[in-house]
Design a protein around this ligand. Sequence first.
Ligand code: HCA
Ligand code: CU
Length: 381
Amino acid sequence: MAIQRFSIIESTLREGEQFVGANFTTEQKVRIAETLDRFGVEYLELTSPAASPQSLEDLRTITGLGLKAKILTHVRCTLDDAKLAAQTGVDGIDVVIGTSSVLRKFSLGKSIDEIMVLATDVVKYIRDQGLEVRFSTEDSFRSEMDDILAIYEQVDKLGVNRVGIADTVGVANPLQVYKLVSTLRSRVSCDIEFHGHNDTGCAIANAFCALEAGATHIDTSVLGIGERNGIPSLGGMVARMYVTDRASVSKYNLPVIGELDHMVAEMVGVDIPFNNYITGITAFTHKAGIHAKAVLNNPETYEILSPKDFGLTRYISIAHRLTGWNAIKSRAEQLGLAIPDTEIKALTAHIKEMADQRALTLDDVDSVLKTWIDAHPIGGA
Ligand code: HCA
Ligand code: CU
């Protein structure tokens, strides 16, 4: 199914706060919220006000900022939590309850019938407050399909805005996600949200398949931070959508991704991984001669994302044994050195031999080129 529309529910301030290194101060939360708002996410999801007194206060502070993004908080499926959340100025409440047999047995101790009753009370209450409500089943992929479909159908009839599927443990694969979301799509009329963990590296692919199967909302966090190894990163999800349909992400201020990744990395005490989507140090680096030549001719040959759209630049690495004469020629031109092609080819062969002996730097390449020029004054080629 072609993806009609999608919204991001940015959960750095909820799922991301569950990352082991995250311990955000109020000021940090405000900076994260404002920067995400400047990027243009549709929703911000914040930690439950029932979590701690500071969480309650911070939620009120952020709902008071007057951001464009809608503010959600995330609560357990209890009337007490819903009542507390409803007093904080939020636009909506994300409710979650564990439905898998393992969670029901070892965490909640509730039967599916009891969950139905609770869900009805809580959803009705939130609807009556005039707030947006989403109802989600934790650990959806290890729950009985019939159980969760029955719960979703019931809350759909009660008028929820969205139902959510959560791959809490990162066990699902893209095909499973596609099948579950397709089935759900045919059973409910409300929007569908997907929240998936990255334990086996499938989080972004799973979220994307959920959209293809008819989901409308995807949970992300900056750098993907969350419980264990987290959920889809905002940057990675946006990269996926950009490649699918460039116009679908024109609603976002793409260069802000770099700012967000650096800011949150520093706040939670991690480095941005070298291979991170968009902002990893090597994300727009080209090395082999064949790649360098093609990219110099037309960057689209080896780049599906244009670094410029993200406020970044590409880097072509030329000081190594895999280099090619086109890249060396381009470097000579950058330096303003006019060297004939036949000579550039010979110099490239020399550079490759040098690189076989030791690791080179760009300075080494530059000095080979300059030495040739010094030895061949104007007209001396
Ligand atoms: C958790 C809860 C959750 C909730 C997801 C959701 C999950 O911390 O275990 O509300 O959609 O992964 O199930 O993050
Ligand atoms: Cu989660």
